[in-house]
Design a binder for this molecule. Structure first.
Ligand SMILES: Nc1ncnc2c1ncn2[C@@H]1O[C@H](COP(=O)(O)OP(=O)(O)OP(=O)(O)O)[C@@H](O)[C@H]1O
Ligand SMILES: [Mg+2]
Length: 268
């Protein structure tokens, strides 16, 4: 088990008001090399859970329970230890890659930077590795694009660069919070396929967060359905799709385009 979350509660302190709890005792676990999908509408607590998992909750947040990453509780680790885990063993892919990328730095240099700083690679070796990673996330003509600035790339290409940066340090766990929401459907599908391949080829464990059950259904082995900070249900993704145990999950299913649902029935 790479990640084991037990009875996680998160609340935010407020000035002159009692704290407000936004995650009400959620438990889930993730096996090595598997993908867990977390789905739920806006405000259901998905991002709060993902920030908790990499120890990046803001100072106003209070968390209780246990978040065991490889047996060590993220909630009680000192910041120094968390820093070592982040990037190195736990990687994050953000919804809007532009916010995660440095607009003034060529993309190849941004990928290479972490390799030089964290792994002590030479600049030359890091550049070669950056090129390999750009190839791996299927940036066409990677040898030319390696010296592009983020604004010279499309949204889908930027997201691929974001994935390459997260992958550079070979994390054991990758958290992707709405990685495809800003992209059109065909690019969305390509990015999801890349993530899916990485999980199988590199043995990475993936948490994929989305408000869209169609995105989750495409690659997640297991799915956790969240609603207003509560777990509605969780289990193998196929079971959730075929026999949603909860009215809210049925609503999410109904919100998927009919053709997607029909093709899922054919395949299943
Ligand atoms: N820094 C914060 N301070 C106070 N409340 C917060 C903070 N961050 C999140 N919340 C609250 O926690 C709840 C869960 O938010 P969260 O961002 O996890 O939702 P989400 O499921 O990721 O939604 P979305 O799909 O819109 O990204 C919301 O009610 C939100 O208002
Ligand atoms: Mg969110």
């Amino acid at each position: 088990m790479i990640l084991d979350v037990r009875d996680l509660r998160v609340s935010f302190t407020r000035e002159k008001l009692p704290p407000v709890e936004v995650v009400h005792g959620v438990s889930f676990s993730l096996e090595r090399g598997k993908t867990l999908g977390i789905v739920g509408e806006s405000g259901s607590g998905k991002s709060v859970i993902s920030l908790t998992t990499i120890g990046l909750l803001p100072g106003t947040a209070r968390a209780s329970g246990q978040v065991l990453f490889d047996g060590r509780d993220i909630l009680t680790l000192p910041e120094r230890e968390l820093c070592k885990l982040r990037g190195n063993r736990i990687g994050m892919i953000f919804q809007e890659p532009m916010t995660a990328l440095n607009p003034a730095m060529r993309v190849g240099a941004q990928i290479a930077e972490g390799l030089v700083l964290n792994n002590g690679m030479s600049k030359r070796a890091a550049r070669a590795e950056a090129l390999r990673l750009l190839d791996m996330v299927q940036i066409p003509r990677a040898a030319e694009r390696i010296d592009s600035f983020p604004h010279e790339m499309s949204g889908g290409q930027r997201q691929r660069v974001g994935i390459a940066i997260a992958l550079a340090l070979k994390p054991d766990l990758l958290i992707a919070d709405e990685p495809t929401t800003a992209l059109d459907v065909t690019v969305q599908a390509e990015i999801l396929d890349i993530l899916d391949d990485l999980v199988s080829d590199l043995g990475i464990s993936l948490i994929l967060i989305s408000h869209d059950l169609g995105v989750i259904a495409r690659i997640a082995d297991r799915t956790l359905v969240m609603y207003r900070g509560d777990e509605m249900e969780q289990g193998p993704t196929e079971d959730i799709l075929r026999r949603p145990g909860h009215a809210y999950t049925r609503k999410l299913l109904d919100a998927m385009p009919g053709r997607v649902r029909a093709s899922m029935k054919e395949n299943g």
